[in-house]
Design a binder for this molecule. Structure first.
Ligand code: PHB
Length: 391
């Protein structure tokens, strides 16, 4: 009996000490500094805005996981200009001492950030940019991605095109890393199954005068067209494709960025477009339904993939901080906590590969009444090959 009482007293004392310790940690701890490097102006402004909104929503909803630590955001506009990246990343690293840097949208900006941030103590979480190298040859312990590699959403569309019995396809994109890698991934799958790329058209970024290229496509008359465009460029491209009379004649395919956050501006021109992506607004699961409702309530607009990816960057931070009881000073422990985190994302379950890239489903979607409706899952739990990553 006496032994039992002693045991209970010891247990109680231990519990009080733990509570006091975490209270003391919360009282004394500095806020967690989160640098945000996204485009708030330029052709990708809407993508940056959605990413920031998603990030803030997650950290607000999961404030209880932070063990009393506050979040301090330091926001920087990249303008989607690669030449601005090193300077902004250096200032978030050296002047602001960010614990995390969330960014960017544009693959060229990602390359500039990685040059500065690779193997540093600050954790970089990429909430969009798909540059294969970020989780390929340039992978590093402190670099994570909550979005996709360019290969991931485009490769499965090559197979979908073959299944649709298309044999001759024209591909088209802005001429920069992300665009080139998207077309390459489509081509890899499509030509492996006997398909032929009859013409590849590259347009300078961020140019949106598409008419002359579309006339050329009309005269080639391929079985289908596969493109990578996003943001303001995707709106313009889809409308021009319709206005020049190609819609209804030559099927338009793309990685899903072509119809993300853009369908209301594209209107009827977007109807029927088939794309592949790791998300669809019409995805029917509880997490997605709640996320879309909360997002609508907080920001007065519809969520899209960019909002989801920002949200998941916030979730990843919250889950890792929670695992460590609020103390993120041991960076190796923080990286380990992040690596083993599984996210219940609005896109479905997400875990991380050895290269720190999401392992995720790729959905085939079709625009029906302005919504990206899920038609199939052409690749379940797809892992990027992470060619060249030595982690
Ligand atoms: C990129 O540059 O990596 C990029 C930009 C916009 C997208 C997808 C990828 O929608």
């Amino acid at each position: 009996m006496e032994n039992n009482k002693k045991f209970l007293r010891t247990l109680l004392a231990a519990a009080v000490t733990t509570t006091l310790c975490s209270q003391a940690l919360a009282d004394n701890a500095e806020p967690i500094k989160v640098g945000v490097m996204l485009p708030f102006s330029g052709i990708y402004a809407a993508l940056g805005d959605a990413g920031r909104n998603g990030l803030k929503l997650a950290l607000q909803e999961h404030a209880d996981d932070l063990h009393g630590r506050q979040i301090e955001f330091i926001e920087m506009d990249t303008e989607a200009k690669p030449e601005k990246a090193p300077e902004i990343a250096s200032s978030l690293l050296d002047q602001h001492h960010s614990d995390f840097i969330i960014g960017p949208v544009h693959s060229g900006v990602a390359m500039g950030m990685i040059k500065v941030l690779k193997d540093k103590d600050t954790i970089m979480i990429i909430p969009n940019a798909g540059a294969n190298a970020a989780t390929g040859p340039l992978c590093a312990p402190n670099i994570f991605r909550t979005s996709f590699s360019m290969w991931q959403p485009s490769y499965p569309m090559g197979r979908v095109a073959l299944d649709s019995a298309y044999k001759r396809v024209v591909t088209m994109s802005w001429n920069y890393g992300a665009g080139r890698e998207s077309l390459e991934a489509f081509e890899e799958a499509f030509t492996a199954g006997g398909g032929k790329i009859v013409k590849q058209i590259m347009v300078p970024f961020p140019k949106t005068e598409f008419q002359s290229y579309l006339s050329e496509i009309g005269s080639i008359n391929p079985d289908a067209v596969f493109v990578f465009f996003a943001g303001g460029g995707a709106v313009k491209f889809v409308k021009d494709y319709d206005a020049l009379g190609l819609k209804g004649k030559i099927p338009l395919l793309g990685s899903g960025f072509l119809t993300e956050g853009t369908t209301s501006a594209q209107g009827p021109s977007a109807e029927g477009i088939r794309t592949t992506l790791h998300y669809a607004d019409g995805l029917d699961n509880e997490v997605n339904t709640k996320f879309r409702q909360d997002y609508r309530q907080m920001f007065g607009k519809e969520a899209d993939i960019y909002a989801v990816q920002g949200y998941d960057a916030g979730l990843l931070i919250a889950k890792a901080v929670d695992k460590l009881g609020g103390d993120i000073s041991d960076r190796a422990a923080l990286i380990k906590a992040m690596e083993s985190t599984k996210l219940l994302s609005p896109r479905g379950e997400v875990s991380f590969s050895k290269a720190h890239n999401p392992i995720q489903n790729i959905y085939l979607r079709e625009v029906v009444d302005g919504v990206n409706k899920v038609m199939d899952v052409p690749a379940a739990k797809l892992e990027d090959p992470a060619r060249g990553c030595k982690l």
